[in-house]
Design a protein around this ligand. Structure first.
Ligand SMILES: Nc1nc2c(ncn2[C@@H]2O[C@H](COP(=O)(O)OP(=O)(O)OP(=O)(O)O)[C@@H](O)[C@H]2O)c(=O)[nH]1
Ligand SMILES: [Mg+2]
Length: 194
């Protein structure tokens, strides 16, 4: 199963947000975590989102549209080099405005590198979402890089670092390399935009 995605629009100012009232699923996470790769994977390997070689450069909110009348939104990564200090504060006014003003976000896919599950900036992002009442779904990326014992360690660490995960969230291992978790993620997305 794939989700047919087409690049729709990049937004640099809040006024440029599309007026169409469709539900939005946002893809966010630290720089280099695999956001663009995930979008390419769920759209069936068609390169629709640019996989970056220079992380931390994009400052736009990128909308991808689907035939199913919802948007998938790719955000620039945070936590790269000196921008690590206050996550959302340094992530930029546009992103903060986007989260506050959209009114159509049905879920944030929060991508966390499965090898680095305790990053401070990720913990803060979850706090930010709780504050805004935005539901999040943690996706543990690059799972193809984990050994069996690292996988168990990642699961344990997520439960410790995100104790609310059972109540408020569910999480999923994902790999753009071998497509682990792809079907489950598409099912999750389709269930949210119905
Ligand atoms: N092994 C492996 N590598 C991956 C996976 N997903 C992404 N990568 C690699 O990680 C690097 C970053 O991937 P991107 O998809 O550009 O990450 P991003 O989160 O969009 O990065 P920014 O837009 O800069 O924040 C690339 O070299 C990808 O090939 C994965 O599931 N497995
Ligand atoms: Mg990207």
């Amino acid at each position: 199963m794939n989700i047919r995605l087409e690049y729709f629009r990049s937004v640099y100012k809040a006024e440029q947000m599309p007026p169409e009232r469709y539900p939005e699923i946002v893809v966010c996470g630290r720089s280099n975590v695999g956001k663009s790769s995930l979008l390419n994977t769920i759209s069936g390997g068609k390169v629709i989102a640019k996989v970056s070689s220079t992380p931390g450069k994009t400052e736009s909110v990128n909308y991808f549209s689907t035939t199913g009348k919802f948007y998938l939104v790719d955000l620039p990564g945070f936590g790269y080099a000196q921008r690590d200090k206050a996550t959302v504060a340094t992530w930029g006014r546009l992103i903060d405005n986007y989260f506050r003003a959209s009114g159509h976000i049905v879920e944030a896919l929060h991508l966390i590198d499965s090898r680095h599950t305790g990053m401070e900036s990720d913990l803060r992002l979850e706090e930010y979402f709780r504050g805004l009442g935005i539901p999040s779904y943690i996706v543990l990326t690059k799972s193809d890089k984990l050994s069996q014992s690292e996988r168990s360690a990642a699961e344990k660490a997520i439960k410790i670092n995100y104790p609310d995960v059972k109540v408020f969230q569910s999480y999923q291992f994902f790999s753009s390399k071998n497509s682990e978790g792809k079907d489950e993620l598409i099912k999750e997305i389709m269930g949210k935009v119905k």
